[in-house]
Design a protein around this ligand. Structure first.
Ligand code: HEC
Length: 149
């Protein structure tokens, strides 16, 4: 019985040690990034909205633009606090600005202002690449199609 207990105690000790080791490996100066899958899923939704908005505006229509712009804003709002602490401040700044611009676009679309919406969309999309360059190390493509020629 005593021996058994000792074995169990040793096993627990080994487990605790290895847990500590992994925590240091994963932690330390880097965060464990459990939120990456959520952020990527939201980004893919944002991309779908942006693609739809671009296609619609190209036809000088505003069909669904307000709804998509609001969706983008909501998706950014969902992930604003989910970035690892390294570069989190920058990520939050870009995210805030993207949300503001998406809301502005939604307002312009709602009021039927096509030229204003096109201009706002053009001001919004460079933020995709800016944030990707600064915060999405190797994890996000560039979207040259959004940049005006
Ligand atoms: C606030 C910063 C920020 C803004 C603004 C931003 N992104 Fe991202 N995006 C990221 C980050 C960071 C990643 C990489 C994954 C991660 O670390 O969250 C990413 C990844 C992506 C991906 C890849 C998703 C995957 O499946 O891996 C797509 C697509 C994407 N972004 C689209 C866009 C589009 C389109 C815009 C603009 C309309 C945009 N993003 C604006 C931060 C941003």
């Amino acid at each position: 019985m005593k021996n058994r207990l000792r074995v169990v105690a040793t096993a627990i000790g080994v487990l605790a040690l290895s847990a500590g080791f992994w925590a240091c490996e994963g932690g330390g100066s880097h965060d464990t990034d459990d939120n990456l899958p959520t952020r990527r899923a939201k980004m893919r939704e944002i991309k779908i909205s942006a693609d739809r908005i671009m296609a619609v505006l190209k036809n000088r229509s505003l069909d669904g633009v307000e709804a998509d712009a609001r969706k983008m804003q909501a998706n950014w709002a969902t992930v604003i606090d989910l970035y690892p602490s390294d570069h989190k401040a920058k990520y939050i700044d870009y995210n805030r600005e993207a949300q503001q611009r998406a809301l502005a676009l939604a307002g312009l679309a709602k009021s039927g202002n096509i030229n204003g919406s096109i201009k706002e969309f053009r001001d919004l999309v460079p933020l995709c690449n800016s944030c990707h360059e600064d915060c999405a190390y190797m994890l996000a493509p560039a979207f040259p199609e959004y940049e005006p020629e």
